[in-house]
Design a protein around this ligand. Structure first.
Ligand SMILES: *Cc1c(COP(=O)(O)O)cnc(C)c1O
Ligand code: SF4
Length: 335
């Protein structure tokens, strides 16, 4: 028998990675061996929405390739600062729907709780790029208020932890929140939407797995993977453990110009997801958020991609193509 003595207050690896993420544009561009001519525009765009890229994700990016699909998702560029008609700050009308701060009760039966305002990575296309993180991140004092609302809304049987990224919470804080949710009798399912393990695979700790599987609520983990190269060997081997522990694994992607807007990439993504034990769930059309117009794929092209996927893939590997319409009772399918 091997006795291991663990230091008491060791910061978990993933939290160290979070703290060591690239946030300086110059250092990031240097690391990736990119042309320094892009620096002024990158610095200007990062001034509005900061650069944040964990090193694990940076290592997946091909060096010296300004068109790399993983890079495009995280590198601030000049195009973000050009206004585009129809692209606004709160495209999905989240702010007005937030009855209790940090709670989005838009759809029947399920309720979204902003468990934590920050993310491990700043995705340039994100609809939350103008979200008032400051307010949303006063999350913990507000859990009580949110939980009161959920207690009263008896029609809710599924709680969705979102953010930001809920997995930026430590396992201890998450456990505290989950146990408070478990005490609400009408809740049946716990769903977590996260991109964190994709950029820092070591986030999938054994503690997290037992926290998700050890309780009363049925666990669903919805990952956010946009490109097959984001499924690293490390991520895949951690995910297998979640799958074996009985956690339902789904994925949602965003359709992004220059990242995944071709049938070959999207079908490779679905196949790679399935190999890693994940089912494709949604393929979202871009929310029209100010600063992200250069990522938009137009509707006719999106439809063509959808048709191409149906031809190439078994039905269960074709993600549902949807878009978010402010005020609608569910995500709207794209036909
Ligand atoms: C997307 C979303 C959900 C979940 O919708 P599903 O179709 O169940 O995946 C729930 N609440 C809000 C506010 C959402 O934006
Ligand atoms: S991880 Fe998700 S919420 Fe966070 S910046 Fe990226 S897309 Fe937005």
């Amino acid at each position: 028998m091997i006795h291991r003595i663990e230091p008491v207050c060791q910061t978990p690896l993933w939290q160290q990675s979070l703290a060591n993420a690239f946030s300086d544009v110059d250092a990031f561009i240097e690391f990736l061996q990119l042309d320094k001519a892009i620096l002024p525009a990158a610095r200007a765009a990062a001034g509005l929405f900061g650069l944040k890229v964990p090193r694990e994700f940076a290592q997946l990016i091909n060096k010296g390739d300004p068109g790399d699909p993983l890079l495009r998702q995280v590198l601030p560029i000049g195009a973000e600062n050009s206004p585009a008609p129809g692209f606004v700050c709160d495209p999905v009308g989240d702010l007005e729907k937030s009855i209790v701060p940090g709670v989005l009760h838009k759809y029947r039966g399920r309720l979204l709780l902003i468990a934590h305002g920050s993310c491990a990575v700043n995705c340039r296309y994100c609809f939350r790029r103008h979200y008032p993180y400051q307010e949303a991140s006063a999350y913990r004092q507000r859990w009580t208020e949110a939980l009161k609302h959920i207690h009263q809304a008896e029609e809710i049987d599924e709680i969705i932890l979102s953010g930001g990224d809920p997995l930026t919470l430590s396992d201890g804080k998450l456990a505290e929140l989950v146990s408070r949710l478990e005490a609400i009798p009408h809740l049946k399912r716990l769903r977590i939407h996260t991109r964190l393990p994709v950029v820092i695979p070591s986030r999938l700790t054994p503690e997290l797995i037992s926290l998700l599987t050890g309780g009363r609520l049925q666990p669903v983990l919805v990952l956010h993977i946009n490109h097959p190269r984001e499924i690293s060997t490390e991520l895949a081997s951690s995910l297998i453990q979640l799958k074996q522990a009985g956690i339902t694994l789904l994925n949602q992607s965003v359709l992004l110009k220059g990242v995944n807007d071709c049938p070959a990439t999207l079908s490779a993504l679905s196949l790679a997801l399935f190999e890693a034990g994940i089912l494709p769930y949604y393929l979202h059309l871009l929310d029209r958020v100010a600063g992200a117009a250069h990522f938009e794929v137009d509707m006719p092209e999106a439809r063509q991609l959808q048709d191409a996927l149906r031809v190439r893939l078994p039905g269960y590997l074709v993600p549902r193509m949807v878009r978010e319409v402010a005020g609608a009772a569910a995500k709207q399918p794209v036909f």
